[in-house]
Design a protein around this ligand. Structure first.
Ligand code: NDP
Length: 472
Protein backbone atom coordinates (compact mmCIF):
# COMPACT_ATOMS: atom_id res chain seq x y z
CA UNK A 1 0.00 0.00 0.00
CA UNK A 2 1.10 3.60 -0.59
CA UNK A 3 3.32 5.22 2.04
CA UNK A 4 2.06 8.23 4.04
CA UNK A 5 5.37 10.06 3.83
CA UNK A 6 8.70 9.81 2.04
CA UNK A 7 12.28 10.48 3.05
CA UNK A 8 15.06 11.25 0.57
CA UNK A 9 18.61 11.00 1.92
CA UNK A 10 19.61 8.07 4.10
CA UNK A 11 22.65 9.69 5.69
CA UNK A 12 23.04 10.00 9.46
CA UNK A 13 19.93 12.14 9.98
CA UNK A 14 17.65 10.85 7.21
CA UNK A 15 18.09 7.20 8.18
CA UNK A 16 17.31 7.92 11.82
CA UNK A 17 14.32 10.08 10.93
CA UNK A 18 12.87 7.37 8.66
CA UNK A 19 13.22 4.79 11.45
CA UNK A 20 11.57 7.18 13.89
CA UNK A 21 8.65 7.73 11.50
CA UNK A 22 8.19 3.97 11.01
CA UNK A 23 8.52 3.41 14.76
CA UNK A 24 5.57 5.76 15.26
CA UNK A 25 3.36 3.62 13.06
CA UNK A 26 3.55 5.50 9.75
CA UNK A 27 4.29 3.78 6.46
CA UNK A 28 7.36 5.47 4.98
CA UNK A 29 9.02 5.29 1.56
CA UNK A 30 12.76 5.99 1.31
CA UNK A 31 15.21 6.84 -1.46
CA UNK A 32 18.91 7.63 -1.55
CA UNK A 33 21.12 9.01 -4.31
CA UNK A 34 23.57 6.14 -3.86
CA UNK A 35 21.24 3.18 -4.27
CA UNK A 36 23.58 0.72 -2.52
CA UNK A 37 22.81 2.47 0.75
CA UNK A 38 19.14 1.47 0.60
CA UNK A 39 19.46 -2.32 1.18
CA UNK A 40 22.03 -1.59 3.92
CA UNK A 41 19.51 0.67 5.58
CA UNK A 42 16.65 -1.82 5.21
CA UNK A 43 18.75 -4.45 6.91
CA UNK A 44 19.51 -2.14 9.84
CA UNK A 45 15.82 -1.30 10.12
CA UNK A 46 15.14 -4.80 11.41
CA UNK A 47 11.56 -5.25 12.50
CA UNK A 48 10.66 -1.70 11.40
CA UNK A 49 11.40 -2.63 7.78
CA UNK A 50 7.80 -3.88 7.51
CA UNK A 51 6.63 -0.24 7.46
CA UNK A 52 9.43 0.97 5.17
CA UNK A 53 9.69 0.64 1.40
CA UNK A 54 13.02 1.37 -0.26
CA UNK A 55 13.13 2.62 -3.85
CA UNK A 56 16.32 2.77 -5.88
CA UNK A 57 14.59 4.90 -8.58
CA UNK A 58 13.19 8.33 -7.79
CA UNK A 59 10.17 7.68 -10.08
CA UNK A 60 9.26 4.53 -8.16
CA UNK A 61 9.71 6.36 -4.87
CA UNK A 62 7.23 9.03 -6.00
CA UNK A 63 4.76 6.39 -7.23
CA UNK A 64 5.04 4.63 -3.89
CA UNK A 65 3.60 7.61 -1.99
CA UNK A 66 -0.06 8.32 -1.25
CA UNK A 67 -1.44 11.54 -2.81
CA UNK A 68 -1.11 14.33 -2.00
CA UNK A 69 2.53 13.41 -1.40
CA UNK A 70 4.69 14.64 1.47
CA UNK A 71 8.42 14.25 0.91
CA UNK A 72 11.12 15.02 3.48
CA UNK A 73 14.57 15.92 2.12
CA UNK A 74 17.44 15.15 4.49
CA UNK A 75 20.44 16.04 2.35
CA UNK A 76 23.24 18.60 2.92
CA UNK A 77 22.00 22.20 2.98
CA UNK A 78 22.57 24.38 -0.05
CA UNK A 79 23.00 23.21 -3.65
CA UNK A 80 22.09 19.59 -2.91
CA UNK A 81 18.62 20.70 -1.79
CA UNK A 82 18.04 22.79 -4.94
CA UNK A 83 19.35 19.97 -7.14
CA UNK A 84 17.11 17.44 -5.45
CA UNK A 85 14.03 19.67 -5.69
CA UNK A 86 14.76 20.31 -9.38
CA UNK A 87 14.98 16.59 -10.04
CA UNK A 88 11.89 15.82 -8.01
CA UNK A 89 9.45 18.56 -8.93
CA UNK A 90 8.72 17.40 -12.54
CA UNK A 91 7.70 14.01 -11.15
CA UNK A 92 5.25 15.55 -8.68
CA UNK A 93 1.66 16.75 -8.84
CA UNK A 94 0.81 20.34 -8.04
CA UNK A 95 -0.39 19.59 -4.50
CA UNK A 96 2.60 17.39 -3.60
CA UNK A 97 4.81 18.91 -0.92
CA UNK A 98 8.58 19.05 -0.46
CA UNK A 99 9.79 19.41 3.13
CA UNK A 100 13.41 20.51 3.59
CA UNK A 101 14.51 19.17 6.96
CA UNK A 102 18.24 19.96 6.67
CA UNK A 103 20.07 22.89 8.25
CA UNK A 104 19.11 25.36 5.54
CA UNK A 105 20.17 28.98 5.61
CA UNK A 106 16.84 30.69 6.21
CA UNK A 107 17.39 32.99 3.22
CA UNK A 108 17.36 29.87 1.03
CA UNK A 109 14.13 28.71 2.68
CA UNK A 110 12.60 32.14 2.05
CA UNK A 111 13.63 31.89 -1.60
CA UNK A 112 12.32 28.32 -1.98
CA UNK A 113 9.07 29.20 -0.24
CA UNK A 114 8.59 32.16 -2.60
CA UNK A 115 9.38 30.09 -5.70
CA UNK A 116 6.99 27.39 -4.52
CA UNK A 117 4.27 29.94 -3.86
CA UNK A 118 4.70 31.37 -7.37
CA UNK A 119 4.51 27.86 -8.82
CA UNK A 120 1.46 27.14 -6.67
CA UNK A 121 3.08 24.17 -4.93
CA UNK A 122 3.37 23.63 -1.18
CA UNK A 123 6.74 23.81 0.60
CA UNK A 124 7.82 23.44 4.19
CA UNK A 125 11.22 24.23 5.75
CA UNK A 126 11.72 22.55 9.09
CA UNK A 127 14.63 22.87 11.48
CA UNK A 128 15.42 19.57 13.18
CA UNK A 129 17.64 19.48 16.26
CA UNK A 130 18.94 16.72 18.46
CA UNK A 131 21.61 15.03 16.37
CA UNK A 132 21.30 11.41 15.32
CA UNK A 133 19.82 10.27 18.62
CA UNK A 134 17.21 13.01 18.49
CA UNK A 135 16.29 12.16 14.92
CA UNK A 136 15.81 8.52 15.93
CA UNK A 137 13.99 8.91 19.24
CA UNK A 138 12.51 12.41 19.21
CA UNK A 139 14.00 15.62 17.86
CA UNK A 140 12.90 19.19 18.43
CA UNK A 141 11.22 20.47 15.26
CA UNK A 142 10.79 24.11 14.19
CA UNK A 143 8.46 24.55 11.23
CA UNK A 144 8.29 27.29 8.58
CA UNK A 145 5.90 27.67 5.65
CA UNK A 146 2.22 28.27 5.17
CA UNK A 147 -0.02 27.19 8.06
CA UNK A 148 -1.80 24.81 5.63
CA UNK A 149 1.48 23.15 4.69
CA UNK A 150 2.32 22.69 8.37
CA UNK A 151 -1.11 21.34 9.24
CA UNK A 152 -0.81 18.66 6.57
CA UNK A 153 2.10 16.91 8.28
CA UNK A 154 1.85 18.29 11.83
CA UNK A 155 0.41 15.01 13.13
CA UNK A 156 3.43 13.09 11.86
CA UNK A 157 5.98 15.68 13.03
CA UNK A 158 4.38 15.92 16.47
CA UNK A 159 4.27 12.11 16.75
CA UNK A 160 7.98 11.71 15.99
CA UNK A 161 9.13 14.72 18.03
CA UNK A 162 10.49 14.77 21.56
CA UNK A 163 7.92 15.26 24.32
CA UNK A 164 8.21 17.55 27.31
CA UNK A 165 5.81 16.32 29.98
CA UNK A 166 3.73 14.86 27.17
CA UNK A 167 3.73 18.01 25.02
CA UNK A 168 5.28 17.55 21.55
CA UNK A 169 8.38 19.62 20.78
CA UNK A 170 7.26 20.34 17.21
CA UNK A 171 5.94 23.83 16.60
CA UNK A 172 4.95 26.03 13.71
CA UNK A 173 7.07 29.18 13.84
CA UNK A 174 5.81 31.21 10.89
CA UNK A 175 5.91 31.66 7.14
CA UNK A 176 8.79 31.07 4.72
CA UNK A 177 12.12 30.67 6.48
CA UNK A 178 10.85 31.21 10.05
CA UNK A 179 11.50 27.60 11.10
CA UNK A 180 15.05 27.60 9.78
CA UNK A 181 15.68 31.03 11.32
CA UNK A 182 14.66 29.74 14.74
CA UNK A 183 16.86 26.67 14.18
CA UNK A 184 19.78 28.94 13.25
CA UNK A 185 19.41 30.94 16.47
CA UNK A 186 19.15 27.63 18.36
CA UNK A 187 22.51 26.64 16.89
CA UNK A 188 24.04 30.03 17.70
CA UNK A 189 22.96 29.64 21.32
CA UNK A 190 24.36 26.09 21.19
CA UNK A 191 27.78 27.47 20.16
CA UNK A 192 27.66 29.97 23.05
CA UNK A 193 26.48 27.46 25.64
CA UNK A 194 29.27 25.07 24.61
CA UNK A 195 31.93 27.79 24.68
CA UNK A 196 30.86 29.00 28.15
CA UNK A 197 31.17 25.44 29.44
CA UNK A 198 34.55 25.01 27.72
CA UNK A 199 35.80 28.20 29.39
CA UNK A 200 34.66 26.95 32.81
CA UNK A 201 36.54 23.72 32.06
CA UNK A 202 39.59 25.81 31.12
CA UNK A 203 39.49 27.68 34.44
CA UNK A 204 39.34 24.36 36.29
CA UNK A 205 42.07 22.74 34.16
CA UNK A 206 44.57 25.57 33.79
CA UNK A 207 43.66 27.89 36.64
CA UNK A 208 42.86 25.39 39.36
CA UNK A 209 45.02 22.50 38.16
CA UNK A 210 42.18 19.97 38.12
CA UNK A 211 42.36 16.79 36.05
CA UNK A 212 39.64 15.78 33.60
CA UNK A 213 37.93 13.38 36.00
CA UNK A 214 37.73 16.07 38.68
CA UNK A 215 36.23 18.49 36.16
CA UNK A 216 33.74 15.80 35.19
CA UNK A 217 32.64 15.38 38.80
CA UNK A 218 31.99 19.14 39.01
CA UNK A 219 29.86 19.06 35.84
CA UNK A 220 27.92 16.11 37.28
CA UNK A 221 27.23 18.13 40.41
CA UNK A 222 26.25 21.26 38.49
CA UNK A 223 23.85 19.13 36.48
CA UNK A 224 21.74 18.75 39.61
CA UNK A 225 21.30 22.52 40.03
CA UNK A 226 20.20 25.53 37.96
CA UNK A 227 22.59 24.56 35.16
CA UNK A 228 20.87 21.22 34.58
CA UNK A 229 21.08 20.61 30.84
CA UNK A 230 22.06 18.12 28.18
CA UNK A 231 25.30 20.00 27.41
CA UNK A 232 26.43 20.01 31.07
CA UNK A 233 25.47 16.34 31.30
CA UNK A 234 27.57 15.31 28.29
CA UNK A 235 30.43 17.55 29.46
CA UNK A 236 30.50 15.44 32.62
CA UNK A 237 30.49 12.26 30.55
CA UNK A 238 33.25 13.26 28.13
CA UNK A 239 35.40 14.50 31.03
CA UNK A 240 35.12 11.13 32.74
CA UNK A 241 35.93 9.05 29.65
CA UNK A 242 39.24 7.23 29.20
CA UNK A 243 41.06 6.80 25.90
CA UNK A 244 41.03 3.05 25.17
CA UNK A 245 44.33 3.36 23.26
CA UNK A 246 46.50 5.14 25.81
CA UNK A 247 44.55 4.89 29.05
CA UNK A 248 44.78 8.69 29.40
CA UNK A 249 41.72 10.87 29.95
CA UNK A 250 40.05 11.05 26.52
CA UNK A 251 39.80 14.86 26.70
CA UNK A 252 43.57 15.16 27.05
CA UNK A 253 44.09 13.26 23.80
CA UNK A 254 41.78 15.46 21.72
CA UNK A 255 43.39 18.22 19.64
CA UNK A 256 42.15 21.72 20.53
CA UNK A 257 40.99 22.59 17.03
CA UNK A 258 37.22 22.96 16.71
CA UNK A 259 35.18 22.38 13.58
CA UNK A 260 31.94 24.06 12.54
CA UNK A 261 29.36 23.87 9.81
CA UNK A 262 28.45 27.56 9.78
CA UNK A 263 25.16 27.93 11.61
CA UNK A 264 26.83 29.88 14.44
CA UNK A 265 28.28 32.23 11.87
CA UNK A 266 24.85 32.68 10.26
CA UNK A 267 23.41 33.69 13.64
CA UNK A 268 26.10 36.34 14.02
CA UNK A 269 25.62 37.62 10.47
CA UNK A 270 21.84 37.91 10.93
CA UNK A 271 22.30 39.63 14.31
CA UNK A 272 24.55 42.22 12.67
CA UNK A 273 22.05 42.77 9.86
CA UNK A 274 19.24 43.26 12.35
CA UNK A 275 21.26 45.33 14.84
CA UNK A 276 20.46 42.81 17.58
CA UNK A 277 23.71 42.24 19.49
CA UNK A 278 24.66 38.64 20.36
CA UNK A 279 28.20 39.16 21.69
CA UNK A 280 28.41 35.86 23.58
CA UNK A 281 27.56 33.95 20.39
CA UNK A 282 30.06 36.06 18.45
CA UNK A 283 32.74 35.28 21.02
CA UNK A 284 31.94 31.58 20.64
CA UNK A 285 32.26 31.69 16.85
CA UNK A 286 35.52 33.65 17.11
CA UNK A 287 36.84 31.15 19.66
CA UNK A 288 36.24 28.29 17.22
CA UNK A 289 37.93 30.22 14.44
CA UNK A 290 40.95 30.99 16.65
CA UNK A 291 41.12 27.38 17.77
CA UNK A 292 41.45 26.44 14.10
CA UNK A 293 44.46 28.78 13.71
CA UNK A 294 46.63 26.35 15.62
CA UNK A 295 49.91 27.14 13.86
CA UNK A 296 49.45 30.82 14.58
CA UNK A 297 48.69 30.07 18.25
CA UNK A 298 51.79 27.89 18.53
CA UNK A 299 53.87 30.69 17.00
CA UNK A 300 52.28 33.15 19.44
CA UNK A 301 53.04 30.92 22.41
CA UNK A 302 56.63 30.64 21.23
CA UNK A 303 57.08 34.37 20.65
CA UNK A 304 55.53 35.59 23.89
CA UNK A 305 55.72 32.57 26.16
CA UNK A 306 52.55 30.74 27.07
CA UNK A 307 49.89 32.62 29.01
CA UNK A 308 46.98 31.06 30.86
CA UNK A 309 48.93 30.34 34.02
CA UNK A 310 47.67 28.96 37.29
CA UNK A 311 45.56 31.07 39.60
CA UNK A 312 46.67 31.41 43.20
CA UNK A 313 44.98 28.98 45.58
CA UNK A 314 41.69 30.21 46.92
CA UNK A 315 41.26 33.13 44.48
CA UNK A 316 38.33 31.36 42.84
CA UNK A 317 35.91 28.79 44.18
CA UNK A 318 33.88 26.27 42.23
CA UNK A 319 30.80 28.14 43.47
CA UNK A 320 32.12 31.31 41.80
CA UNK A 321 32.51 29.33 38.61
CA UNK A 322 29.00 27.89 38.81
CA UNK A 323 27.64 31.41 39.32
CA UNK A 324 29.63 32.63 36.33
CA UNK A 325 28.12 29.93 34.12
CA UNK A 326 24.60 30.60 35.37
CA UNK A 327 24.88 34.34 34.69
CA UNK A 328 26.64 33.76 31.35
CA UNK A 329 23.94 31.37 30.27
CA UNK A 330 21.07 33.70 31.15
CA UNK A 331 22.77 36.57 29.31
CA UNK A 332 23.48 34.51 26.20
CA UNK A 333 19.86 33.34 25.99
CA UNK A 334 18.70 36.90 26.57
CA UNK A 335 20.72 37.85 23.47
CA UNK A 336 19.39 34.96 21.39
CA UNK A 337 15.79 35.82 22.23
CA UNK A 338 16.45 39.54 21.53
CA UNK A 339 17.57 38.50 18.06
CA UNK A 340 14.33 36.54 17.60
CA UNK A 341 12.30 39.54 18.79
CA UNK A 342 14.05 41.77 16.22
CA UNK A 343 13.56 39.20 13.44
CA UNK A 344 9.91 38.89 14.37
CA UNK A 345 9.39 42.58 13.59
CA UNK A 346 11.74 42.76 10.59
CA UNK A 347 10.37 39.72 8.73
CA UNK A 348 6.80 40.14 9.82
CA UNK A 349 6.78 36.70 11.39
CA UNK A 350 4.37 36.05 14.19
CA UNK A 351 7.14 34.17 16.03
CA UNK A 352 5.56 32.53 19.10
CA UNK A 353 8.23 33.56 21.63
CA UNK A 354 7.18 31.38 24.57
CA UNK A 355 6.60 28.42 22.23
CA UNK A 356 10.18 28.75 20.99
CA UNK A 357 11.48 28.29 24.54
CA UNK A 358 9.04 25.39 24.94
CA UNK A 359 10.09 23.60 21.75
CA UNK A 360 13.70 23.70 22.98
CA UNK A 361 12.90 22.05 26.34
CA UNK A 362 13.33 18.53 24.99
CA UNK A 363 14.93 16.77 22.04
CA UNK A 364 17.39 19.47 20.99
CA UNK A 365 21.02 19.99 21.95
CA UNK A 366 20.37 23.07 24.12
CA UNK A 367 17.59 21.41 26.15
CA UNK A 368 17.80 22.49 29.77
CA UNK A 369 15.78 23.04 32.91
CA UNK A 370 16.21 26.80 32.54
CA UNK A 371 14.26 26.84 29.26
CA UNK A 372 11.08 26.02 31.15
CA UNK A 373 11.53 29.17 33.24
CA UNK A 374 12.28 31.10 30.06
CA UNK A 375 9.02 29.84 28.57
CA UNK A 376 7.18 31.16 31.63
CA UNK A 377 8.93 34.53 31.44
CA UNK A 378 8.18 34.85 27.72
CA UNK A 379 4.55 33.88 28.29
CA UNK A 380 4.26 36.83 30.68
CA UNK A 381 6.17 39.27 28.46
CA UNK A 382 7.03 37.96 24.96
CA UNK A 383 8.97 41.05 23.87
CA UNK A 384 10.91 41.72 27.05
CA UNK A 385 14.65 41.13 27.29
CA UNK A 386 14.96 37.99 29.42
CA UNK A 387 17.59 39.63 31.62
CA UNK A 388 14.89 42.06 32.78
CA UNK A 389 12.19 39.43 33.37
CA UNK A 390 11.62 39.37 37.15
CA UNK A 391 12.73 35.74 37.65
CA UNK A 392 15.91 36.08 35.58
CA UNK A 393 16.74 39.55 36.93
CA UNK A 394 16.77 37.86 40.31
CA UNK A 395 19.00 35.05 39.02
CA UNK A 396 21.39 37.67 37.64
CA UNK A 397 21.41 39.67 40.89
CA UNK A 398 22.54 36.51 42.68
CA UNK A 399 25.10 35.35 40.12
CA UNK A 400 26.71 38.29 38.30
CA UNK A 401 29.23 38.72 41.14
CA UNK A 402 30.58 35.25 40.36
CA UNK A 403 30.76 36.04 36.65
CA UNK A 404 32.68 39.24 37.40
CA UNK A 405 35.09 37.49 39.74
CA UNK A 406 35.81 34.64 37.33
CA UNK A 407 36.29 36.96 34.34
CA UNK A 408 38.61 39.29 36.26
CA UNK A 409 40.70 36.54 37.87
CA UNK A 410 40.99 34.52 34.66
CA UNK A 411 42.00 37.54 32.60
CA UNK A 412 44.41 38.58 35.33
CA UNK A 413 46.08 35.20 35.02
CA UNK A 414 46.25 35.52 31.23
CA UNK A 415 43.60 32.93 30.53
CA UNK A 416 41.25 33.67 27.63
CA UNK A 417 37.58 33.64 28.64
CA UNK A 418 36.05 35.47 25.66
CA UNK A 419 32.46 34.29 26.09
CA UNK A 420 32.35 34.89 29.85
CA UNK A 421 33.91 38.33 29.34
CA UNK A 422 31.45 39.11 26.53
CA UNK A 423 28.57 38.15 28.82
CA UNK A 424 29.87 40.44 31.54
CA UNK A 425 30.43 43.35 29.15
CA UNK A 426 26.93 42.84 27.79
CA UNK A 427 25.53 42.98 31.32
CA UNK A 428 27.54 46.06 32.24
CA UNK A 429 26.46 47.82 29.05
CA UNK A 430 22.85 46.72 29.39
CA UNK A 431 22.81 48.30 32.84
CA UNK A 432 24.64 51.50 31.85
CA UNK A 433 22.44 54.57 32.12
CA UNK A 434 25.26 56.55 30.51
CA UNK A 435 27.62 54.98 27.98
CA UNK A 436 30.52 56.66 26.19
CA UNK A 437 28.64 56.98 22.90
CA UNK A 438 28.52 60.77 23.41
CA UNK A 439 32.21 60.69 22.45
CA UNK A 440 31.38 58.69 19.29
CA UNK A 441 28.69 61.20 18.36
CA UNK A 442 31.10 64.10 18.86
CA UNK A 443 33.72 62.40 16.66
CA UNK A 444 31.12 61.64 13.97
CA UNK A 445 29.96 65.22 14.00
CA UNK A 446 33.53 66.53 13.87
CA UNK A 447 34.65 64.53 10.85
CA UNK A 448 31.39 64.07 9.02
CA UNK A 449 28.92 66.70 10.25
CA UNK A 450 26.62 63.83 11.24
CA UNK A 451 25.01 65.92 14.03
CA UNK A 452 23.99 64.72 17.47
CA UNK A 453 21.13 64.90 19.94
CA UNK A 454 21.59 66.98 23.12
CA UNK A 455 20.92 65.99 26.68
CA UNK A 456 19.10 69.24 27.47
CA UNK A 457 16.87 69.89 24.45
CA UNK A 458 15.29 68.24 21.40
CA UNK A 459 16.42 68.43 17.82
CA UNK A 460 19.62 67.76 15.93
CA UNK A 461 22.73 69.81 16.70
CA UNK A 462 26.35 70.40 15.75
CA UNK A 463 29.36 71.13 17.92
CA UNK A 464 31.37 74.38 17.96
CA UNK A 465 34.12 72.67 15.94
CA UNK A 466 32.42 72.40 12.58
CA UNK A 467 32.86 75.91 11.19
CA UNK A 468 36.40 76.16 12.39
CA UNK A 469 37.91 73.01 10.99
CA UNK A 470 35.84 72.70 7.78
CA UNK A 471 36.72 76.26 6.82
CA UNK A 472 40.31 75.79 7.95
P1 NDP B 1 25.10 12.89 5.78
O1 NDP B 1 26.34 13.37 5.13
O2 NDP B 1 25.19 11.81 6.78
O3 NDP B 1 24.08 12.43 4.64
C1 NDP B 1 23.84 13.19 3.51
C2 NDP B 1 22.77 12.53 2.66
O4 NDP B 1 22.47 13.40 1.58
C3 NDP B 1 23.19 11.21 2.05
O5 NDP B 1 22.07 10.39 1.98
C4 NDP B 1 23.67 11.63 0.66
O6 NDP B 1 23.49 10.63 -0.29
C5 NDP B 1 22.70 12.73 0.35
N1 NDP B 1 23.23 13.68 -0.60
C6 NDP B 1 24.38 14.38 -0.54
N2 NDP B 1 24.51 15.18 -1.60
C7 NDP B 1 23.41 14.98 -2.37
C8 NDP B 1 22.97 15.52 -3.59
N3 NDP B 1 23.71 16.44 -4.24
N4 NDP B 1 21.80 15.08 -4.09
C9 NDP B 1 21.07 14.17 -3.43
N5 NDP B 1 21.44 13.62 -2.26
C10 NDP B 1 22.59 14.03 -1.73
O7 NDP B 1 24.43 14.20 6.37
P2 NDP B 1 23.50 14.36 7.69
O8 NDP B 1 22.45 13.31 7.68
O9 NDP B 1 24.35 14.53 8.88
O10 NDP B 1 22.85 15.80 7.42
C11 NDP B 1 21.73 16.03 6.58
C12 NDP B 1 21.17 17.40 6.90
O11 NDP B 1 20.75 17.43 8.26
C13 NDP B 1 22.17 18.54 6.75
O12 NDP B 1 21.53 19.69 6.30
C14 NDP B 1 22.66 18.75 8.17
O13 NDP B 1 23.17 20.05 8.37
C15 NDP B 1 21.36 18.51 8.93
N6 NDP B 1 21.50 18.19 10.34
C16 NDP B 1 22.47 17.32 10.77
C17 NDP B 1 22.60 17.02 12.12
C18 NDP B 1 23.62 16.06 12.61
O14 NDP B 1 23.79 15.95 13.84
N7 NDP B 1 24.30 15.31 11.74
C19 NDP B 1 21.71 17.64 13.12
C20 NDP B 1 20.68 18.49 12.56
C21 NDP B 1 20.62 18.76 11.22
P3 NDP B 1 24.69 9.65 -0.75
O15 NDP B 1 24.56 8.44 0.11
O16 NDP B 1 24.40 9.39 -2.16
O17 NDP B 1 25.98 10.38 -0.53
Amino acid sequence: SAAEIGVIGLGTMGAMLALNIADNGFAVAVHNRTAARIPEFMEKAGDLARRITGHAELEDFVKGLASPRNIILMVPAGDAVDAQIEQLRPLLDVDDMVIDAGNANFHDSERRAKASEEAGVPFLGIGVSGGAEGARFGPSIMGGGTPEAWDRVAHILKAISAKYEGQPCATYMGTGGAGHFVKTVHNGIEYADMQLIAEAYGVMRDGMGMDAAACGAVFDRWNKGLLQSYLIEISGKVSAATDPETGNPMLDMILDRAGQKGTGRWTVIESQMLGAPVPVIEAAVVARNMSAQRDLRLAGAKAFGPTGGAMADGTLSLDDLEQALIAGKVLCYAQGFELLIKARAEYDWDLPMAEIAKVWREGCIIRSAMLNDMASALTDAPEQNLALAPYFADVLRKNVAGLRKVAVVAMGAGQPVPALAAALNYFDTLTSARTTANMLQAQRDYFGAHSFERTDKDGSHHGPWLDQHLQG
